[in-house]
Design a protein. Structure first.
Length: 74
Protein backbone atom coordinates (compact mmCIF):
# COMPACT_ATOMS: atom_id res chain seq x y z
CA UNK A 1 0.00 0.00 0.00
CA UNK A 2 1.39 3.39 -1.00
CA UNK A 3 1.35 6.29 1.40
CA UNK A 4 -1.28 9.03 0.86
CA UNK A 5 1.53 11.43 -0.04
CA UNK A 6 2.49 9.24 -3.00
CA UNK A 7 -1.09 8.83 -4.26
CA UNK A 8 -2.22 12.47 -3.97
CA UNK A 9 -2.66 13.82 -7.51
CA UNK A 10 -3.13 17.44 -6.44
CA UNK A 11 0.56 18.49 -6.64
CA UNK A 12 0.94 16.85 -10.05
CA UNK A 13 -2.14 18.58 -11.45
CA UNK A 14 -1.07 21.94 -10.00
CA UNK A 15 2.44 21.50 -11.42
CA UNK A 16 0.99 20.74 -14.85
CA UNK A 17 -1.12 23.89 -14.80
CA UNK A 18 1.92 25.82 -13.59
CA UNK A 19 3.95 24.54 -16.53
CA UNK A 20 1.24 25.65 -18.95
CA UNK A 21 1.30 29.10 -17.34
CA UNK A 22 5.09 29.21 -17.69
CA UNK A 23 4.82 28.17 -21.34
CA UNK A 24 2.26 30.92 -21.93
CA UNK A 25 4.60 33.52 -20.44
CA UNK A 26 7.46 32.29 -22.64
CA UNK A 27 5.27 32.42 -25.75
CA UNK A 28 4.05 35.92 -24.88
CA UNK A 29 7.60 37.14 -24.32
CA UNK A 30 8.79 35.60 -27.59
CA UNK A 31 6.46 37.82 -29.57
CA UNK A 32 5.35 36.83 -33.06
CA UNK A 33 7.90 34.05 -33.36
CA UNK A 34 5.72 31.52 -31.45
CA UNK A 35 2.36 33.24 -31.80
CA UNK A 36 0.79 30.09 -33.26
CA UNK A 37 1.42 28.26 -29.95
CA UNK A 38 -0.45 30.79 -27.80
CA UNK A 39 -3.84 29.18 -28.38
CA UNK A 40 -2.44 25.82 -27.32
CA UNK A 41 -1.08 27.33 -24.10
CA UNK A 42 -4.41 28.96 -23.26
CA UNK A 43 -6.21 25.69 -23.98
CA UNK A 44 -3.78 23.81 -21.73
CA UNK A 45 -4.45 26.19 -18.87
CA UNK A 46 -8.22 26.03 -19.42
CA UNK A 47 -8.45 22.25 -19.72
CA UNK A 48 -6.11 21.73 -16.77
CA UNK A 49 -8.08 24.12 -14.59
CA UNK A 50 -11.42 22.60 -15.60
CA UNK A 51 -10.12 19.10 -14.90
CA UNK A 52 -8.75 20.20 -11.53
CA UNK A 53 -12.11 21.71 -10.58
CA UNK A 54 -13.95 18.53 -11.59
CA UNK A 55 -11.47 16.48 -9.56
CA UNK A 56 -11.93 18.67 -6.48
CA UNK A 57 -15.73 18.55 -6.76
CA UNK A 58 -15.71 14.78 -7.15
CA UNK A 59 -13.33 14.33 -4.22
CA UNK A 60 -15.52 16.51 -2.01
CA UNK A 61 -18.58 14.50 -3.04
CA UNK A 62 -16.74 11.26 -2.34
CA UNK A 63 -15.76 12.46 1.12
CA UNK A 64 -19.38 13.44 1.81
CA UNK A 65 -20.49 9.97 0.77
CA UNK A 66 -22.68 10.98 -2.18
CA UNK A 67 -24.01 7.98 -4.10
CA UNK A 68 -23.07 9.40 -7.52
CA UNK A 69 -19.50 10.35 -6.60
CA UNK A 70 -16.45 8.48 -7.81
CA UNK A 71 -14.89 6.16 -5.30
CA UNK A 72 -11.30 6.14 -4.08
CA UNK A 73 -10.64 9.89 -4.27
CA UNK A 74 -9.74 10.31 -0.62
Amino acid sequence: MLSPRMTNPTPVIAAGIGLWIAATVVVLLAGDRWAYALHTCWAGIGVGTAGFVVFLVQRAASRRGDKTAQRGLD
